[in-house]
Design a protein around this ligand. Structure first.
Ligand code: ADP
Ligand code: ASP
Ligand code: MG
Length: 481
């Protein structure tokens, strides 16, 4: 018998058919005697719709948010009607659903009156997606005679007040998960918990960032002392690249925590970038599996690095980023310019994705998401005003229409020539590289190219990753466990 936390993503709970499949999976594990905590996302598309309802309310477009509320009702009702036979059970869950829909509309009305959405109200609004899905799914499971009980995760995940991207306060969270929630499992219940949502110590709702249900699930897996965390999604596992970028993408049977960390940070949407943080020290293995193809063993993610005969395992690309370059001959030997630049960027709310400096110290560049580029440029110019006046810094330039490409593979450490191979391949294909950086863990190399070269670059580099998968298969290099 094992204890699992299982997370089902938006597509996995996106329709009555998908939820029926989720119920089958959960039933199968319970029938084998395992203990399960289940974390669920909002139904696919719901989080986007809730954000739209907030924008519409701020713009005083009542018709729009009322229409969104109706779509939400239809989506959840179709699950209730399709999967719950008993009329009394259906009526009970419909009442709960209507209460939530009413609260959502009340918040929209408040935003309508204020004429603006604060990050705090946005988090409260967007939390309705998981509140709705978890209740409906728990009701469907109970209708299927499973011992499911719904929980809102704001009761367990205590966070700071960084709305939209909150960070857990670990000790408090551990105390709430390891004690009370663990008792539910011990009592033979299967908790069905909202992903994505937390609350500040005074109880104000927060969210863990887009795609944050993966992170929630990892927190529960760690503090419930689970034997494995399973992320159920809509692809067979972590792949050599985004299958939407290159249809040749293949599933990687095994990747290390470090590799998945780099992959997720550099744009592989399959996992939230922080997912491994809570489980890495406790060594809880993570498996990524396909809800719609449960016979596939998926990808195992664990602590050990694995020597592949060839090095590059996966390739990612991030669009919608801009590169800022700070340059000036007078920067040579002036200490602190980079530090002040990054602090000014952070104060402008920007998360820096990649940094690269030339050895001559005459320029350095860094990358932020598009919508923040101009604000960061202004903040850095204000910070470096004196240096600009004294001509030590010539300019702060923004370059858009670029992408960050990252190649990942732990074998890079100690394998000479990997970067050489990558860059000669790009050269042969006449792809111009604007900046390069190697991840500190030495298991990734990132570089910036023009957006128009994205598909060609991913295609070429992906061929290297496909070679690795094929060689590993031939050499029998599977999971190191
Ligand atoms: P969920 O709703 O289950 O959380 P997401 O849409 O967030 O699912 O993530 C799964 C998607 O991530 C896949 O459908 C796939 O298109 C995308 N993806 C991007 N990069 C990768 C990759 N390297 N491996 C697998 N999937 C990837
Ligand atoms: N529902 C949230 C989102 O769409 C969280 C998640 O699905 O992981 O971002
Ligand atoms: Mg996701």
């Amino acid at each position: 018998m094992a204890r699992y936390t299982m997370k089902f993503g938006g597509t996995s709970v996106g329709s009555p058919e998908a939820i029926a499949q989720v119920v089958e999976i959960v039933k199968g594990f319970l029938a084998e005697g395992h203990e399960l905590a289940v974390v669920v996302s909002a139904m696919a598309g719901v989080t986007d719709m809730l954000l739209e309802s907030a924008t519409a309310a701020a713009a005083r477009d009542r018709a729009k948010y009322l229409a969104i509320s109706d779509v939400l009702r239809q989506m959840h009702s179709s699950v209730i009607e399709g999967l719950i036979d008993s009329e009394a059970d259906r009526a009970a869950i419909e009442t709960e659903m209507e209460e939530l829909l009413r609260s959502h509309l009340e918040l929209c009305e408040a935003v309508y009156i204020l004429g603006e959405v604060t990050p705090r109200i946005s988090d409260a609004l967007v939390s309705f997606g998981e509140r709705l899905s978890s209740r409906v799914i728990a009701a469907v499971m109970r209708a299927g005679a499973l011992p499911a009980r719904q929980f809102d995760s704001d009761a367990f995940i205590v966070t700071d007040n960084q709305f939209g991207d909150a960070e857990p306060i670990w000790d408090e969270t551990e105390a709430r998960v390891a004690g009370p929630l663990r008792q539910e499992l011990d009592a033979g219940l299967t908790p069905i918990i909202t992903g994505f949502i937390g609350a500040t110590p005074d109880g104000t709702i927060t969210t863990l960032g887009r795609g944050g249900s993966d992170y929630s699930a990892a927190i529960f897996a760690a503090y419930l002392d689970c034997d494995e965390l399973v992320i159920w999604t809509d692809v067979d596992g972590v792949m050599t690249t985004d299958p939407r970028l290159d249809e040749r993408a293949r599933v990687l049977p095994y990747v290390s925590y470090q590799e998945i960390g780099e992959l997720a940070f550099y744009g592989a949407k399959v996992l939230h970038p922080k997912t491994v943080q809570p489980i890495i020290n406790r060594g809880v293995p993570l498996r990524v599996r396909n809800t719609f193809n449960p016979d596939h063993s998926g990808t195992l993610v664990g602590a050990r690095t694995q020597a592949s005969a060839t090095v590059i395992k996966a390739v990612t690309g991030i669009r919608d980023v801009s590169m800022l370059t700070v340059s000036g001959r007078g920067m040579l030997g002036v200490p602190g310019i980079a530090g002040r630049t990054f602090l000014a960027s952070a104060n402008a709310g920007a998360n820096i994705l990649m940094i690269s400096q030339s050895s001559s110290e005459q320029s350095f560049c860094f990358t932020v998401v598009d919508p923040l580029a101009q604000a960061v440029k202004s903040a850095v110019e204000t910070e470096l005003q004196r240096e600009i006046q004294h001509n030590n810094v010539d300019s702060v330039d923004v370059l858009s229409d670029i992408v960050i490409i990252t190649v990942v593979g732990s074998g890079m450490r100690g394998t000479p020539g990997v970067a050489g191979r990558v860059f000669s391949l790009l050269g042969e294909n006449r792809i111009n590289v604007l900046a390069i950086a190697q991840g500190s863990s030495e298991c990734s190399i990132s570089f910036i190219i023009a957006e128009e070269d994205l598909e060609k670059a991913v295609g070429e580099l992906h061929s290297l990753a496909l070679e690795t998968v094929e060689n590993d298969r031939i050499n029998g290099v599977g999971s190191p466990y």
